[in-house]
Ligand binder design. Structure first.
Ligand SMILES: *Cc1c(COP(=O)(O)O)cnc(C)c1O
Length: 359
């Protein structure tokens, strides 16, 4: 099936920002994608329009009960001018898993992918090429039934907005660094049976209190423990967490409270291809501490689309610091970052068939 999305061009194009100082979500492109859902009609009228405020009835369901979902992905431009997406079919599948959990109607995966391609190509001249940068893509769905009943909406809007983003770690300031992370042992992010395995706004609103505490303790993010026993490591903020102990890598299994990250899956496949053992197993924070004490804690890092790989230098747990790798960046973390970003931008051959060249 081929889709034709009409486009309305802005009369007011913005000036492009300085690529060496983009930040994350600071600048938005000139256009966005919108599509409607109505019961009986399905998803319809996908279109490209100038970027700008949207209008919602104050009684819209999303504003009160947060029936919504989002995705996060990136587009890259290779040195020879090709435009590439990274494993976008994984985002399409995850979107529908989230929709299912949030009682939002499913979207045809091909329709989703065509919409992403259409808006990215329309905004092609916004894709930055400065090292470490990318065009971040934020698709999301909100429910806009006018109703105070706590029940699934019959009307939805789907949007895609785009923001050119900078290197998470500026190469001019030394590249990757080891972050300080606060091990949260009071608040919890997600319990099994809840919504921890999907990308819905409520998960993030509920986590902010802990993040604010982490910042007040001189840390950049939170390492969440499991909700039931507050014993096993789960995720770091909005990223998945990896622990390398004695040459083997451990990450939390996808048992329902953890977000199945695409970078997580990419990391597991790469490590295995390098002959490194990866175990998806529960790991107690006390065992991380023990490994640090007996000198076997090699590296700890987080993975996600925004940062790709974020090395962790210190875990602050119950007032004590677990220092990893002298607080610096490990060899495996650095190699993962270089390899993934290299594949994403076409600088390293893609043996896995992960990149999708759309132009
Ligand atoms: C998005 C997200 C991740 C990372 O997923 P990617 O697909 O790798 O970007 C991890 N944890 C949480 C809670 C997230 O929201």
């Amino acid at each position: 099936m081929s889709y034709n999305f009409p486009a309305t061009r802005t009369t007011n194009p913005k000036e492009k920002p300085d690529q060496s100082d983009l930040g994350f979500g600071r600048y938005f492109t000139d256009h966005m994608f919108i599509m409607d859902y109505d019961e009986g009609e399905g998803w319809h009228d996908g279109r490209i329009v100038p970027y700008g405020p949207i209008s919602l009835d104050p009684a819209s369901c999303v504003l009160h009960y947060s029936q919504m979902m989002f995705e996060g992905m990136k587009a890259y431009k290779s040195a020879d001018g090709h435009v590439m997406l990274f494993r976008p079919e994984m985002n399409a599948k995850r979107l529908n898993r989230t929709n299912e959990r949030m009682c939002i109607p499913p979207m045809d995966e091909e329709l989703f992918l065509e919409a992403v391609k259409a808006i990215v190509l329309y905004e092609e001249d916004w894709i930055p090429t400065y090292p470490g940068t990318a065009l971040y893509i934020r698709p999301y769905i909100i429910s806009d039934e006018i109703s105070f009943s706590v029940e699934p909406s019959k009307h939805y809007h789907f949007y895609i907005i785009l923001t050119p983003v900078g290197a998470y770690y500026d190469i001019n300031r030394g590249g990757l660094t080891g972050s300080h992370i606060y091990v949260e042992d009071e608040y919890v992010r997600a319990a099994v049976g809840g919504t921890g395995f999907v990308k819905c706004g409520g998960n993030y609103a509920g986590g902010m209190r802990a993040t604010v505490n982490a910042l007040a303790n001189g840390c950049k993010e939170v390492l969440w423990l499991d909700a039931k026993e507050k014993k096993y490591v789960e995720e770091v903020g909005t990223s998945n967490a990896f622990f390398m102990i004695n040459g083997e890598v451990i990450t939390a299994p996808l048992y329902g409270s953890i977000l199945p990250g695409i970078t997580r899956d990419t990391t597991i496949q790469l490590l295995k291809s390098w002959g490194i053992t990866v175990r998806e197993e529960r790991l107690a924070i006390e065992d991380v501490k023990k490994a640090s004490e007996d000198g076997t804690l090699d590296e700890v890092w987080a993975t996600g689309t925004a940062c790709i790989i974020s090395p962790i230098g210190v875990l602050r747990y119950k007032g004590e610091d677990i220092v990893i790798n002298g607080g610096g960046v490990g060899e495996v973390s650095q190699k993962l970052y270089d390899t993934i970003y290299g594949i994403q931008t076409g600088a390293i051959p893609d043996e896995f068939g992960w990149t999708v060249t759309i132009k």
